[in-house]
Design a protein around this ligand. Structure first.
Ligand SMILES: N[C@@H](CCC(=O)N[C@@H](CS)C(=O)NCC(=O)O)C(=O)O
Length: 199
């Protein structure tokens, strides 16, 4: 299969790169900040965002969807449970929870800090977003209290997706109340293929 990944280092592309490395799949990397909103990427992602991928010419966007598909391509690597199993349901649960109850609030703060043009930025969203993130993080904190990883107590693609969010929160100083998430992140950083950065 010919795989092309449009990516840019410090972004959610970290998830897809990490998933490819764990899967042991070769891919062509097209990298650069200038790809964001480019005509080339808009052919794949309706909003021209990164990451975006082509699998044998077929477009796929959303980092979680790309990572999940990568994991499904290599069942022998044990990065994800089969469709229809309880563990797969837990993968879907944690991905949806992570993106909607945690990462969405980090992203909304980022948009109002540096993504949107200055004149469009709101100045009073940060406290509310931090509180909403923390409410979600309590749920994930409990999940990794008595297990090392989110699904079936073994590393999976779910941890790649969630780990990026948890690391983002660490960078924003939001992890202090969550010792279990700090330990979880430390475990993820120990993995040889981990692409998360200590920014
Ligand atoms: N939910 C998407 C988010 C993609 C996204 O927002 N990517 C950022 C880089 S991390 C981007 O391209 N931003 C440009 C923009 O917001 O217009 C995913 O996880 O892939």
């Amino acid at each position: 299969m010919k795989i092309t990944l449009y990516e840019y280092g410090p972004t959610r592309s970290q998830r897809t790169r990490w998933a490819f490395l764990e899967a042991g799949l070769e891919y062509e990397s097209i990298e650069g900040r200038e790809l964001i909103h480019s005509d080339e990427v808009k052919k794949i992602h309706p909003l021209g965002k990164l990451p975006a991928a082509l699998f044998d010419g077929k477009p796929l966007f959303e980092s979680a969807a790309i990572c999940t598909y990568i994991a499904d391509l290599v069942p022998e690597k044990g990065l994800i449970a089969a469709s229809g199993t309880w563990e797969r349901a837990l993968h879907d649960q944690w991905v949806a929870f992570c993106l909607t109850e945690m990462e969405a609030f980090l992203w909304h703060s980022a948009r109002n800090q540096f993504v949107l043009p200055e004149e469009k930025r709101l100045t009073n969203v940060f406290e509310q977003n931090a509180e909403a993130f923390s409410a979600g993080a309590v749920g994930m904190e409990q999940a990794v209290e008595d297990q090392d990883y989110l699904v079936g107590n073994r590393f999976s693609v779910t941890d790649i997706i969630a780990g990026f969010t948890v690391n983002w929160a660490r960078g924003m100083g939001l992890l202090d109340p969550f010792p279990n998430l700090q330990a979880y992140l430390a475990r993820l950083f120990e993995r040889p293929h981990c692409t998360l950065t200590q920014r």
